[in-house]
Design a protein around this ligand. Structure first.
Ligand code: AMP
Length: 289
């Protein structure tokens, strides 16, 4: 089968001009922001964008602003040629791949601050992370001018904050959340899984998914008290010595407010931690209770 190679755009101004021309031609623009090292999770967003829109733009940009000084910006997996091939197979029209210098010139000083929620959960252990995400997403929205933007529920807090960003800063974009795509063994797909050995992927890395399943079962058996559920989750996680828990949170799906009692079908369990066996690899997962 032959695929048409997407247009590759590096310059922000060229991206903006192209997006404006699509708008003038009354094309519906779908946008999928990524940091590359693409996998089926990313492709599911692209395919949905293809279904709902006339033009699909994918950005591939490892955003320095969202990495802490001790985090993996320099080692984050970069697989641009393979990513292009996958975008081509998914029918992507434009790949926007700026360099950090192009997106953040030396006199760049502004930031979008996500407010209190950006400092909780993933934001508590990664200070500045969500401000970095929301800043780059704002810039990318201005450059790609999407009607619809597609984000994964894998990063549930990020999805919620991007929806807030679009609403509160009046971006006229519809932010669409898509379900988590998992490996056959149910590990949530992630570019950072590249850091894990096959053995880790099939055992210790499943600790978050196993926690989710355990609590889903307990909730369906009528246990709704989050303090009790948290205790059971910690007991399960303690059985994996290479795992270090970051947080276990229970929030209302539509408000992100913490809940003491699970409201079945309206509560999200958010999980994060680190596998510490060789290097320190951050894992996140979540699911509805
Ligand atoms: P990233 O390249 O990690 O910044 O992710 C780009 C987009 O893909 C974000 O909206 C993620 O939530 C989404 N994504 C990443 N992994 C998955 C997955 N396993 N399932 C669904 N969406 C995902």
């Amino acid at each position: 089968m032959s695929f048409i190679c997407p247009k590759i755009v590096h310059q922000p101004s060229a991206m903006q001009t192209l997006a404006t021309s699509y708008r003038h031609a009354r094309q519906i623009i779908g946008f999928v922001p990524t940091m590359g090292c693409l996998h089926e999770g990313h492709l599911s967003l692209m395919r949905e964008a293809k279904k709902q829109c006339d033009i699909v733009i994918v950005s591939i940009f490892v955003n320095p602003l969202q990495f802490g000084p001790k985090e993996d910006f320099s080692t984050y997996p970069r697989t641009f040629e393979r990513d292009l091939e996958l975008c081509s197979q998914a029918g992507v029209d434009v790949v926007f791949a700026p360099t950090p210098k192009e997106l953040y010139p030396s006199d760049f000083t502004f930031k979008v601050l996500g407010g209190p929620l950006a400092n909780l959960y993933c934001g508590a252990s990664r200070p500045g992370f969500f401000d970095g995400v929301l800043t780059v997403v704002s810039i990318l929205f201005h450059l790609t001018k999407p009607h619809k933007a597609f984000f994964g529920e894998k990063d549930f807090q990020q999805l919620f904050l991007v929806k807030q960003l679009a609403r509160q800063l009046f971006f006229s974009v519809d932010v669409i959340g898509m379900p988590i795509v998992r490996e056959h063994n149910q590990l949530a797909m992630s570019s950072r899984n590249h850091y894990l050995s096959e053995e880790q992927k099939n055992s210790d890395a499943l600790v978050l998914y196993n926690t989710l399943c355990l609590l889903q079962k307990q909730v369906s058996n009528g246990c709704l008290e989050t303090s009790v559920l948290r205790q059971h989750a910690l007991e399960l996680q303690k059985q994996v010595p290479s795992f270090e828990c970051d947080y276990i949170a229970f929030v209302h799906e539509s408000t992100f407010e913490p809940v003491q009692q699970v409201i079945p079908n309206h509560t999200r369990l958010l999980l994060a931690g680190y596998l510490t066996q060789t290097s320190r690899v951050r894992l996140i997962d979540n699911g509805r209770l």
